[in-house]
Design a protein around this ligand. Structure first.
Ligand code: SAM
Length: 335
């Protein structure tokens, strides 16, 4: 990697507030656009991502470029910004011009959900899973609906070590609705514990870094915002197909306040529900009268493996899904 200056001093640029005014960019409700104007906050988000100097960074949803400026100041080797709304192209091109010669900045206008991260990070070193995390980072202040959906996709990629995780244990620094951030870190017995907590913690070290008050955004959202970092675990707690784990958790947390036997039974067709539900929990050594939020990550892992054993014993059970073959989406996560 070429050496770059310790910190880039950007030439005088109009403020984000002025740019938004200049280009008459009105926040679009359908894209849930809320912009950060305060450089101290955008600097803090980038600081939460750790050391990025000379590294490869992808910023998701740069909008008018507040966080982008803070990233550029830290002199990454390469910066890719992926923005769905083409109205931001001129403001992003202004930043691209300002850091020319120091940082290779690529602007992609499109949806992050169809962006090929592995191709974008091409050239970054591929490190082994047991080595330190690679010099590759994802940073983004996205609409809440997109970020929750995205983290599920990315957790699947972490579990399969593909996409940005073909480079090693790539870190993520993302924003969520405060309550969703709290769920992600919720330990056993916590009132916020849900399947998103277990899914996040099975594969990643999850850290709730800080809260950004809604008032820091323009326009102001109704809720406060959590800045959360994810670093993939060297030793994930489970080594089973993501979809299987997700299905077990979705059913187990289906009735949060009820005994977990109710959720366990839902994993099986009606004629064998009672018997296999009990067998599952017996194999996993989890009492049937435990409530889902009272189950530790380790106990859940025993439940996943017990489910696998039952699937191997009963042909066709693995394909059974009481709710049909539904992908995880945002509504579903709002349980
Ligand atoms: N990062 C900027 C900031 O902090 O001020 C803008 C944040 S705004 C909450 C979210 C940004 O993500 C918007 O610019 C929006 O157009 C963009 N966006 C929304 N959905 C997207 C998607 N699927 N892919 C890429 N960008 C998206």
């Amino acid at each position: 990697m070429a050496a770059s200056l310790p910190h880039i001093r950007l030439p005088p640029l109009p403020s984000i507030r002025d740019l938004v005014k200049l280009y008459r960019i009105r926040a679009l409700k359908k894209l849930s656009q809320n912009f950060l104007m305060d450089e101290r906050i955008t600097d803090r988000i980038v600081k939460a991502a750790g050391h990025i100097r000379n590294h490869y960074v992808c910023e998701i949803g740069p909008g008018p470029g507040g966080i982008t400026r803070s990233i550029i100041k830290q002199s990454p080797h390469k910066l890719i910004v992926v923005e769905k709304d083409a109205r931001f192209l001129p403001t992003l091109e202004m930043l691209q011009e300002a850091c020319k010669g120091y940082i290779k900045m690529d602007i992609e206008i499109g949806d992050i959900r169809s962006y090929n991260l592995e191709a974008g990070f091409a050239g970054a070193p591929k490190l082994g899973w047991f080595e330190a995390p690679p010099p590759v980072h994802l940073i983004g202040n996205l609409p809440f609906s997109v970020s929750t959906n995205l983290i599920i996709r990315y957790l699947q990629s972490v579990s399969e070590k593909n996409s940005a995780w073909s480079f090693g244990r790539t870190s993520m620094t993302l924003t969520f609705q405060k309550e969703v951030g709290e769920r992600m870190i919720a330990p056993i017995m916590h009132k916020q514990r849900c399947r998103l907590s277990v899914m996040s913690q099975l594969w990643c070290e999850v850290n709730y870094k800080f809260t950004i008050p809604g008032s820091a955004f323009l326009p102001k959202p109704d809720v406060d915002v959590a800045v959360v970092t994810f670093i993939p675990k060297k030793y994930p707690l489970v080594d089973l197909p993501f979809k299987m784990v997700e299905k077990v958790l979705r059913n187990m947390f289906n009735m949060r306040q009820k005994y977990c036997i109710r959720g366990a039974e839902r994993l099986f067709p009606e004629d064998m529900r009672e018997y296999l539900g009990l067998k599952l929990l017996k194999l996993a050594e989890v009492p049937p009268t435990t409530r889902p939020f009272q189950i530790s990550n380790e106990e859940f892992v025993r439940i996943f493996y017990a489910y696998k054993i039952i699937c191997e014993e009963h042909h066709g059970i693995e394909d059974y899904d009481s709710r049909g073959p539904k992908l995880v989406n945002d509504e579903e996560l709002e349980v």
